[in-house]
Design a protein around this ligand. Structure first.
Ligand code: AMP
Length: 517
């Protein structure tokens, strides 16, 4: 018999021998709930047995839109264990979005919060879903009630390396979401690479405060801890005060940049709270250099920034071990072991060091295509002379002479004005350095003369009131004139999605008609 590549097997093989020690401890206030490794074994077996009992077709999708809870993580592990395909959905999605995802993925099973059951089940049954269960934050709901009748022993389904384990719908800050198909081996190879590169070792404890409908919290954080047999301190939602209070009990924290900004806004946060910490990881959106510097001053720790996406899992990382180099703010570090990354120009030719171009990647972590979109999948891959297939990430960046990768923006965000390329990240970086500016976003919108006109939105620092005309005048002394925004607005905040990414599509829409006359 061929080896079983079921990711659940690899994760559970890494559980410690002392199965009754604490694997997950909740930290949201109230009495802490503690789950042992044995609890994870038993609960996932019961849910997997329930799924098996439903006699789902092979490759059936299990779509899940529930609030974050330990049970929701156990459900994910049970779906792996039973050999079905897990499909997490952002808790913020409303009925039109859910209708699209369920219609597109045709899941056999949908699990939702009890409060959404009536409208979610209507959509699901209409799309041919045969089973809709509920799972609530307080562990009530039909899923666990039904699972309770099943055995707490279960033999994990036999899976090949390329069998699908999950479908992740891209967060869609540009265009319609597509379902990225990830196999058991995509997930395991990436988890193993990160385990070694980030030096996970005995005694590590993770603070898990990210959502679990996204690659960062579901895969990078959870797999990291599970594959190391490490305890997780579990927050259903991020609260800077509560997280600061638990930092002394932890060694690893993972966050999107906004979580770091909020930690810095917490008066109790500082080096004392971080005294046992080993590693702070940031990703999913660019980390401002100011945040990187301020964090180092306040905590004594240098944030490790990494880069990845739903389609590829993690691609690059700043070094964890100083012998591999320093952690450079503003960069996303080096390609991870096993990942190949190249920068190409618009003709698909490799760029020289320092030159900006499209980022393409290849490796065991790269997904198996977009669910039911073979043409879209083909468009997003290129093949080189040696026959190697490269995934076009849609990100634009450069590799410097030392090998560090820097992300300059999304190719769809690239602005072409009067025939010149403007990379928003470059203008944003200069803007963010100006007095009174906390952060900024630069987009291109239709312009009758230039094709696109550059527009900037600026968020002031608390108490500051920067003047648009003065900011533009300051930019003119620092960057080429064609890059200087034609219009600049001071705004209270930038629209962000749940992972802290600025939604540039919304900014473009809002400013669509700015230069119409
Ligand atoms: P998602 O598939 O939702 O994880 O989004 C992936 C996208 O987030 C990437 O293609 C990048 O555009 C962006 N991203 C992820 N990590 C970083 C980072 N460290 N710096 C800048 N952009 C990032």
């Amino acid at each position: 018999m061929t080896p079983n590549h079921n990711l659940f097997v690899a994760l559970s093989d890494a559980f410690p021998d002392e199965l009754d020690t604490v694997a997950i401890e909740t930290a949201d206030g109230g009495e802490a709930l503690r789950y042992s490794w044995r609890d994870i074994h038993r609960a996932t077996a019961m849910i997997a047995n329930l799924l098996d009992w439903l006699e789902l077709p092979p490759g059936a999708r299990v779509a899940v839109q529930t609030e974050k809870s330990v049970e929701a993580l156990l459900l994910y592990l049970a779906v792996l264990r039973a050999g079905y395909v897990y499909l997490p959905l952002n808790t913020a999605y409303q009925s039109a979005e859910i209708e699209y995802f369920i219609g597109n993925a045709e899941p056999s099973v949908v699990v939702c919060s009890g409060k959404n059951f009536s409208w979610v089940s209507r959509i699901a049954f209409k799309a041919g879903t045969t089973h809709v269960f509920t799972l609530n934050e307080d562990r009530s709901g039909s899923l666990l009630e039904r699972a309770a009748h099943h055995s707490d022993r279960h033999t994990p389904a036999h899976k090949a390396a390329d069998d699908l384990a999950a479908i992740l719908y891209t967060s869609g800050t540009t265009g319609r979401s597509k379902g990225a198909m990830l196999s058991h081996d995509n997930l395991l190879s990436n988890a193993v690479a990160l385990k070694h590169y980030w030096g996970w070792s005995a005694g590590d404890v993770l603070i898990h405060a990210l959502p679990i409908f996204h690659v960062h919290g579901l895969f990078v954080a959870s797999h990291g801890a599970l594959l190391n047999g490490s305890k997780m301190i579990w927050f259903s939602r991020f609260d800077p005060k509560a997280v600061t209070a638990r930092l002394p009990d932890a060694t690893v924290f993972m966050g999107v940049p906004t979580l770091y900004v909020r930690l810095l806004g917490e008066p109790g946060f500082g080096s004392q709270a971080c005294r046992h910490m080993r590693l702070f990881v940031s990703g999913s959106a660019p980390l401002l250099i100011e945040t990187f510097n301020e964090f180092r001053e306040r905590s004594g720790h240098t944030i490790l920034e990494r880069y990845g996406m739903s389609e590829t899992l993690m691609l690059t990382s700043n070094p964890c071990d100083p012998k591999h180099g320093e952690r450079r703010g503003g960069t996303v570090g080096f390609p991870l072991p096993g990942v190949r990354l190249r920068i190409v120009d618009e003709h698909g030719r490799r760029c020289a060091a320092g030159e900006i171009g499209g980022i393409e990647v290849n490796g065991p972590n790269v997904f198996h295509g977009y669910w039911r979109m073979p043409e879209k999948t083909n468009e997003e891959f290129s093949t080189d002379d040696a026959g190697t297939r490269w995934f076009k990430t849609g990100d634009v960046g450069r590799i410097d002479a030392d090998g560090y990768v820097t992300i300059v923006g999304r190719s769809k965000d690239l602005i072409i004005t009067g025939g010149f390329n403007v990379y928003p990240a470059e203008v944003e970086a200069v803007l963010n350095e100006l007095p009174g500016v906390a952060e900024s976003a630069v987009v291109g919108v239709p312009h009758p003369d230039f094709g696109e006109g550059v527009v900037a939105l600026v968020v002031p620092r608390p108490g500051a009131a920067p003047d648009a005309a003065q900011l533009i005048a300051a930019l003119k002394t620092r960057i080429a004139n064609f890059k200087v925004p034609k219009r600049l607005f001071v705004v209270n905040e930038l629209p962000r999605n749940a992972m802290g990414k600025v939604q540039k599509n919304l900014l473009r829409e809002q400013n669509q008609a700015l230069f119409a006359d």
